[in-house]
Design a protein around this ligand. Structure first.
Ligand code: CMC
Length: 421
């Protein structure tokens, strides 16, 4: 068997053999044999833009693995910073390597005071924290001009660690700004998740981190850490491919994540549950979705055509948090929605299942996070994934992202002076 496909150009009757590369059509060869014939692929649904060794996602079978390790095992046994190390460096760390890595992250958590205060102060009290986070991340590039040296692998890693360390600080700062509360500085005695929770919620008296919250936070961060070539990772890669610095590339990724079809979906899920309001409204709501009036938020995925494995883990973590906080009253509506949708022909035939966002918002809300912080939490978790892909792309010396188009506009026509139009 030859690893190639043969296609016939019906305009000429010519038969062309195109080699396959790692199971994909070799576009370089295609371009040579069929110059000017582009793939028309809006949404890039059938286009591979990368050769990546980071995350394996088998959407038909509901499988997600980081560097070969099943997400279920990582969520149960690992920590967010260990997973971060794995994503960035390719292997699980030894104890000494992990200790060194945790130390490095811990000692980069502070953000330049002038920048943090003055930039955030420029925003209204009710500014969405994703807007602040995005500006904060992009703005860091001006403080670390050497991050532009993207050809230096050590510099790339140094700046990746820096950004991962500062994400919770920027995020908590955005939250406190919104609340009008004094900022709480990072505590280097605490781990990544407890430090973040403290910066978020300590006010007046010392904040004791509930172990169930810490565990849930670690799991949620791990589950969000990477998801191969999703919209925001693609944004980071596209911007990074122009050889800009990592802060600017990850700022772009934050922008992509913000939208309700991507990381903004967890916020939209709770709004939807609120709008449904009661158990009895679930079935009429589903009828409205089927009639195309709205979407069932937290359902469906471009790649998963099976239960999102992250949703299953999150559902369990939700019960562990509810054991401490009491059940979120919206949980019953969510469970009923899931039950109805999973048995309905509309959802079954389109293979629409709950995704990571369906239950995550319920946990966040029970832990005390306001809804507009949900996407920010997603961004903190996804930062290692964005950076791992950015680093991998640069290490491969890849080309600048520059797709083609099928022009459908007017053909040449003479300019008409304004008085004659
Ligand atoms: N509710 C109702 N119908 C849906 C939904 C939904 N949530 N998702 C897809 N469909 C239907 C869609 O109308 C279409 O039907 P038809 O073939 O009759 O036109 C069919 O399913 C295929 O949908 P699509 O829009 O072509 O699918 P896509 O791969 O372009 O979109 C998606 C994927 C995630 C944007 C979409 O499923 C969606 O909008 N879901 C709701 C938002 C959401 O939960 N997003 C979070 C995704 S997971 C976290 C992340 O990666 O950010």
């Amino acid at each position: 068997m030859t690893d190639s496909i043969t296609i016939t150009d019906n305009r000429t009757g010519e038969s062309l053999e195109i080699p396959l590369h790692n199971g994909g059509v070799d576009a370089a060869e295609w371009r040579k044999l069929l110059p000017g014939i582009w793939f028309h692929d809006p949404g890039l649904a059938t286009t591979s833009g990368a050769e990546s060794a980071i995350t394996e996602l088998d959407g038909d079978n509901g499988i997600l693995r980081y560097r070969g390790y099943p997400i279920e095992q990582l969520a149960e046994h690992s920590s967010f910073l260990e997973v971060t190390y794995l994503l960035l460096k390719g292997e699980l760390p030894t104890k000494a390597e992990l200790d060194g890595f945790v130390h490095d992250v811990t000692y980069h958590t502070f953000v330049h005071e002038k920048f943090r205060r003055r930039m955030y102060d420029a925003y209204h009290y009710d500014a969405h924290p994703m807007g602040l986070l995005m500006s904060g991340v992009s703005g860091l590039s001006t403080f670390y001009p050497d991050s532009k040296d993207i050809g230096d692998a050590d510099k790339r890693m140094e700046n990746a660690i820096r950004l991962i360390a500062k994400m919770p600080t920027l995020a908590a700062s955005a939250f406190r700004h919104r609340r009008g509360q004094p900022f709480v500085y990072p505590d280097n005695e605490l781990g990544y998740a407890p430090n973040f929770l403290k910066m978020m919620f300590e006010i007046g008296s010392p904040y004791e981190v509930d172990p169930a919250f810490e565990k849930a936070m670690e799991i949620l961060l791990i589950l969000h850490a990477d998801h191969e070539q999703n919209c925001s990772t693609t944004a980071a890669r596209v911007v990074g491919s122009s050889h800009t610095d990592p802060y600017t590339a990850i700022g772009a990724a934050c922008g992509a994540l913000y939208g309700p079809r991507h990381g903004g979906a967890n916020e939209a899920v709770l709004q939807m549950l609120d709008d449904i309001g009661t158990y009895d409204n679930v079935e009429p709501f589903i009828e409205g979705v089927k009639a195309g009036k709205e979407r069932l938020m937290g359902f469906g995925h471009r790649v998963y055509k099976n239960y999102d494995p992250r949703a299953r883990i999150i559902k369990q973590a939700a019960y562990d948090v509810f054991a401490v906080t009491g059940t979120n009253p919206l949980l019953d509506i969510a469970l009923k929605l899931e039950e109805v949708a999973l048995e309905d022909e509309y959802f079954v035939s389109r293979r629409l299942y709950p995704n990571v966002d369906f239950y995550s918002g319920l946990i966040y809300e029970s832990m005390g996070f306001p809804r507009d912080m949900f996407t920010v939490l997603f961004a903190i978790g996804r930062t290692p994934g964005w950076l791992a892909h950015w680093d991998e792309m640069l290490a491969q010396n890849s080309r600048i992202a520059r797709p083609r188009q099928l022009y459908i506009g007017a053909s040449e026509r003479p300019y008409v002076p304004i008085g004659e139009r």
